[in-house]
Design a protein around this ligand. Structure first.
Ligand SMILES: [Zn+2]
Ligand SMILES: [Zn+2]
Ligand SMILES: [Zn+2]
Length: 254
């Protein structure tokens, strides 16, 4: 299994348009953050987590040109708005891409991308060919790959993180029960959101993300969905052993 982290930025991305802060002006490539997404290639199954606003750039930068399935964490625009560009993949491979998410996520996707269901447009291939799969909080299979949803709260919204083999990906979480944390035992890599230093009502901040990582005890943890409050080198050097800031393009083989 190979995992590529495609984006580690919060909803605005980093640098933020018009901002002159130290992080936004930084020349360190690790301070350039596209919106949050990841790509997992496991047993030949190509799985994308979220179609971020920066989906097109992420596919080009990482030379990814095929996707079998998309696992959606939730419907906020930073996680879904690249969906239209799945069109290039479905045309190139003449295939239908399977989309997975909880009921709220899929219902909202259908509202945002209503034109995807317009029969006239579909006939002219001006839309991505996708199939919607509603999932519950229980394991399911993509081919022979087991996917375990991990339910989290994002403020009051119930969303999904996902575990695939020894890898788990959780973003936009502000609360996770001990019962769901049980699903994260024995991980090699955990990716989890840490928005900024100060607390936030709908996201873990740095300290809260670290606390979850210390409970889960994966071999390595990468933090994602980072704002421009997080200057990579300055903050990374303060983190406990085994916990690092994620950055765009990082890859690991598991
Ligand atoms: Zn987000
Ligand atoms: Zn800034
Ligand atoms: Zn969100």
């Amino acid at each position: 299994m190979k995992v590529t982290i495609l984006g580690t930025g919060t909803s605005q991305g980093v640098p933020v348009i018009g901002c002159k802060c130290e992080t936004c002006l930084s020349s360190n490539s690790k301070d350039k953050r596209l919106r949050t997404s990841a790509f997992v290639n496991v047993n030949g199954m190509k799985i994308l987590i979220d179609t971020s606003i920066d989906f097109r750039q992420q596919m080009l930068k990482n030379k990814i040109d095929d996707i079998d399935a998309v696992l959606y964490t939730h419907h906020h625009v930073d996680h879904i708005n690249g969906m239209d560009d799945l069109r290039q993949i479905t045309q190139k491979h003449n295939k239908v891409i399977e989309l997975y998410g909880n009921k709220t996520t899929m219902d909202e996707l259908k509202v945002t991308f209503r034109y995807v269901f317009d029969a006239e447009l579909i006939r002219h291939h001006a839309v991505p060919l996708v199939h919607f799969n509603y999932i519950e909080n229980k394991e399911f299979y993509l081919g022979d790959v087991k996917v375990i949803p991990v339910e989290c709260l994002h403020g009051n919204l119930k969303i999904f993180g996902y575990r695939i083999e020894n890898f788990a990906y959780i973003t936009d979480c502000s609360k996770i029960t001990d019962e769901e944390i049980q699903k994260l035992q024995g991980l090699k890599v955990l990716v989890i959101n840490a928005l900024r230093i100060r607390p936030h009502p709908t996201h873990f901040n740095l300290q809260q993300a670290i606390e979850v990582a210390l409970k889960v005890k994966p071999k390595r943890t990468y933090l994602t969905h980072l704002t421009h409050d997080i200057l990579h080198d300055k903050i990374n050097s303060t983190l406990p052993k085994g916990i690092e800031l994620g950055y765009d393009g990082i890859e690991f083989n598991l």
